[in-house]
Write a protein that binds this ligand. Structure first.
Ligand SMILES: NC(=O)c1ccc[n+]([C@@H]2O[C@H](COP(=O)([O-])OP(=O)(O)OC[C@H]3O[C@@H](n4cnc5c(N)ncnc54)[C@H](OP(=O)(O)O)[C@@H]3O)[C@@H](O)[C@H]2O)c1
Length: 333
């Protein structure tokens, strides 16, 4: 009750920010970011577009990978018309395809740019059951597995950039509070979701993918610490905001739900605040493996803290990105 009240009035937490803080406000006094380079996935609309706009305002060079290059060029044009000095590179990437992820990383490496920030923001909430070209349920393939491979392939570059510049690299995984809606056998449920079209539940698929983002953060943070490299990873819940995420669910029921919950909704600038805070705030130097909401560290579900599940998902993901999925579910049942 008290938490809801705090949320509604936007009272500031220990960070000095709260639910009503905007991305511009939380980056107002940030360190000089003019030598930073960021990759932001899903920057063609919604929270990612605002994250890109505000980081460009603070001087960050942006790489915007997108499956829809026209939409990405429009995002770039909008930002450069507001901030003419912006440095923005648009590149092709479809996160649901492991081949496309590999090809994006090799194109990015060819540019020979540093990489300070990786913001894994793209996401989908698929109304209908779908299977990616690699044979994985589409929501999981897009929201989690594509980002898992992207991060894995870009890590060397991030570690090298942090080493040569002395500036800590940061990875931000955009998850969702909905990750708490799933508990159980993640890999078994993914297998079922992938194979069984008739029992597809869009919210369950989305919750599983977002829990995977949280577990990825946990295990990657542990590994980064073990490697003693100057890169951190954290995940965020941006808050609830009406964006194109629900585009496949448009209709009376969705309108009604958004109407009833309207007092709890954020604006897009507010929803981009937690990502921007975690990506740039100096107080978060060396903070890794944490979950943030409303620009403050928050607790997540018991399952989201489960190190064994995080390690199990990691092993499973390593196999998934290197082989055909049909071979990989069996040992994890
Ligand atoms: N909105 C909310 O209430 C809410 C709440 C909690 C968490 N989130 C999370 O916040 C993040 C941003 O969502 P949003 O609300 O801003 O939604 P959005 O407006 O629909 O933006 C999603 C972005 O992801 C991109 N994307 C989707 N599939 C892709 C693919 N296969 N390859 C590359 N890019 C792809 C979209 O590009 P296209 O233009 O090509 O579709 C778009 O740029 C997501 O991870 C979402 O799960 C949102």
């Amino acid at each position: 009750m008290l938490e809801t009240l705090k949320y509604l009035i936007g009272s500031a937490g220990p960070s000095g920010y709260g639910s009503k803080s905007t991305a511009e406000q939380v980056t107002d006094n940030c360190v000089d970011l003019r030598t930073s380079t960021a990759i932001i996935t899903g920057a063609t609309s919604g929270i990612g577009a605002e994250t890109a706009r505000v980081l460009a305002k603070r001087g960050v060079r942006l790489v915007i990978p997108a499956r829809n290059l026209k939409a990405a060029e429009e995002t770039k044009a909008r930002i450069t018309s507001e901030f003419p000095d912006s440095k923005i590179i648009v590149m092709r990437l479809d996160l649901s395809s492991l081949k496309s992820v590999r090809s994006f990383v090799s194109d990015f490496e060819a540019l020979d740019l540093p990489l300070n920030l990786l913001i894994n923001n793209a996401g989908k909430f698929a109304h209908d059951h779908g299977i990616s070209e690699d044979g994985i349920e589409m929501t999981f393939a897009t929201n989690y597995l594509g980002h898992f491979l992207l991060t894995k392939l870009l890590l060397k570059k991030m570690i090298a950039t942090a080493k040569s510049t002395g500036v800590q690299g940061r990875i931000v995984n955009v998850s969702s509070g909905i990750h708490t809606w799933f508990s159980g056998d993640l890999i078994g449920s993914l297998g079922q979701l992938t194979r069984d079209k008739s029992h597809y539940d869009a919210t369950r698929a989305y919750a599983i993918s977002k829990l995977a983002n949280v577990l990825h953060t946990k295990e990657l943070a542990r590994r980064l610490q073990e490697m003693d490299c100057n890169v951190t990873v954290n995940c965020v819940h941006p808050g609830i905001v009406r964006t194109r995420l629900t585009r496949e669910h448009e209709g009376f029921i969705t309108d009604f739900v958004f109407f009833v919950t309207s007092k709890l909704l954020k604006t897009i600038p507010q929803a981009a605040a937690t990502t921007c805070y975690v990506a740039t705030n100096q107080k978060l130097e060396n903070v890794s493996g944490k979950y943030f909401s409303d620009c403050n560290e928050a607790s997540n579900s018991e399952m989201g803290c489960n190190r064994k599940e995080a390690a199990r998902l990691w092993s499973f993901s390593e196999i998934m990105v290197s082989t055909n999925w049909k071979d990989v579910f069996a040992p994890f049942r």
